[in-house]
Design a protein around this ligand. Structure first.
Ligand SMILES: [Zn+2]
Length: 226
């Protein structure tokens, strides 16, 4: 079977994290969310992990070459031999180019960049409906997962709040930021013929089905090429 080397793209609230986890289960591929990968490297005290920790301890952004090093290290592990799912990386064109050249050194290439698309209105509805327990951070949703009593945590009875991150104007700002940073990346993968768009507005199950159908098509195309 051929490799399935995937990058997931999508705005906050698109549900791409959920889809990444499903792909991980369905295809038995490692799922690498950038934050997790950095924390794992720090915990394992690899050389790059130690370098990353110095930046994180100072509250600085971990520079590209360290992140790229940490990710490349993982992609070269046996667990990623049949493929991988990257989420949160690359974020910029230089990172995307670095990923391409590192993969090339390993004799590999990306299979696809999957963009989970959701309208701004839907994202505001999804993220804006979240209510977080003040005491223990339990998360509810006024529409999708409402607490038994409005404004009160089912688990510990604490007050439910709208986190700063989930305020509508903050959500819109995050979306603008996302667009500014990610739009060029979308064009980059589109120009390479790697971009696949998936409508993320449906239920997580339906979106998952669409992604699986898309990957099946990719494999058929690949077989025909052979
Ligand atoms: Zn709670």
């Amino acid at each position: 079977m051929s490799e399935l080397n995937l990058v997931l793209l999508g705005p906050p609230g698109s549900g791409k994290g959920t889809q990444g986890e499903r792909l991980q289960e369905d295809f038995r591929l490692p799922y690498y969310a950038t934050g997790d990968i950095l924390r794992a490297a720090v915990r394992d005290e690899s050389e790059l992990g130690k370098a990353a920790k110095e930046y994180m301890d100072r509250g600085d952004l971990v520079p590209d070459e360290v992140i790229i090093g940490v990710i490349t290290e993982r992609l070269d592990e046996p667990e990623a031999a049949d493929g991988f799912i990257l989420d949160g990386f690359p974020r910029t064109i230089p990172q995307a180019e670095a990923l391409d050249s590192e993969l090339e050194k390993l004799g590999r290439a990306l299979t696809a960049a999957i963009l989970v698309q959701v309208t701004d209105e839907e994202i505001v509805r999804r993220l804006g409906g979240r209510r977080t327990c003040a005491k223990n951070g339990h998360v509810f949703h006024v529409q999708f997962d409402p607490p038994k009593e409005p404004g009160v945590c089912d688990i510990d009875g604490s007050r439910l709040l709208v986190r700063d991150d989930d305020q509508p104007d903050v959500i819109r700002h995050r979306l603008e930021e996302y667009r500014e940073k990610t739009e060029p990346l979308i064009d980059y993968y589109d120009s390479k013929g790697l971009l696949r768009r998936v409508d993320g507005s449906a239920s997580p199950d339906e979106v998952g089905d669409r992604i699986r159908a898309l990957l099946a098509t990719l494999r058929i195309e690949e077989d025909i090429d052979v």
